[in-house]
Design a binder for this molecule. Structure first.
Ligand SMILES: [Zn+2]
Ligand SMILES: [Zn+2]
Length: 258
């Protein structure tokens, strides 16, 4: 069995928990919604962030990762993302107005810069350590966004990221029989269908309708990105589907097996 750690699992940050971030291994993470609080100084060992999209609940801690502990960071932080995601980060976040352009600021006592960008292509596996790869696939959100499949040896874990449609999740699962676990977002209760559609997120009703076609596959289903204000409604609704799917709602710090 392989595993990753959920550093932040909520649909937004509040006093009880953080927003999306997954620690893949010592040097790699997906998204940076909650890095500083759980990792502290250890975040200086994180050298690669694989971004899904530029919404604040997924990028906020990149700003702090390159600033906090700057003196201790010995290696450039590489942001791997879709070209459009990188363009938005450069124009609207690390633009010397919202936050300094750390791609022009060297590491202390070093000529390498603090931050760099690496554009990725969909459906291309990239190495992330011994016998492990990461591969992006399309997601259906209000801006450029991708999910990721992490593969180690012969098993894979799929992470949907923020999405409204599950079409590409289902086609990935149909294409790769070694996917044995998936983390799917579920932001709002089913009665908030209109807002979920406008903001391109999922509700329990949409989630299970979308997954119906792969019901027989026996995949382990983990849920993240519930908006904390609706936690009790969403978790009660997920219980209704418990007999078929046994979904596990992730908490910050959880280990996810695959
Ligand atoms: Zn989003
Ligand atoms: Zn989000």
């Amino acid at each position: 069995m392989h595993n990753i750690i959920a550093l932040g699992t909520q649909g937004i940050k509040n006093g009880r928990g953080g927003s999306t971030a997954f620690l893949l291994n010592t040097h790699h993470a997906i998204d940076a919604g909650n890095i500083i609080l759980p990792l502290g100084e250890k975040c200086t060992s994180l050298h690669h962030i694989w971004l899904t999209h530029t919404h604040l609940d997924h990028i906020a801690d990149i700003g702090y990762m390159v600033d906090d502990y700057h003196a201790y960071r010995t290696k450039t932080l590489t942001i791997h993302a879709l070209p459009e995601t990188i363009r938005v980060l450069q124009e609207h976040f690390f633009n010397n107005t919202i936050w300094p352009d750390f791609s022009k600021i060297p590491l202390s006592n070093h000529t390498d810069m603090t931050l760099t960008y690496a554009p990725i292509s969909l459906h291309t596996p990239y190495p992330i350590g011994e016998k492990s790869t990461i591969q992006a696939f399309e997601s259906d959100h209000t801006i450029a966004c991708c999910g990721y499949m992490i593969t180690k040896e012969n098993s894979s874990l799929l992470i949907s990221s923020d999405t409204h449609s599950l079409t590409s999740v289902v086609s990935m699962i149909e294409k790769y029989p070694h996917i044995n676990a998936m983390i799917i977002e579920c932001s709002f209760p089913s009665e908030m269908h209109t807002l979920a559609t406008l903001s391109k997120h999922l509700t329990p009703a949409l989630l299970f309708a979308g997954l119906d076609i792969i019901k027989e596959r026996g995949l382990q289903l983990y849920i993240n990105h519930i908006k904390p204000a609706y936690y009790s409604e969403v978790s009660e609704e997920l219980q209704i589907f418990n007999k078929e799917w046994h979904p596990t709602i992730l908490k910050d710090g959880d280990t996810i097996l695959f």
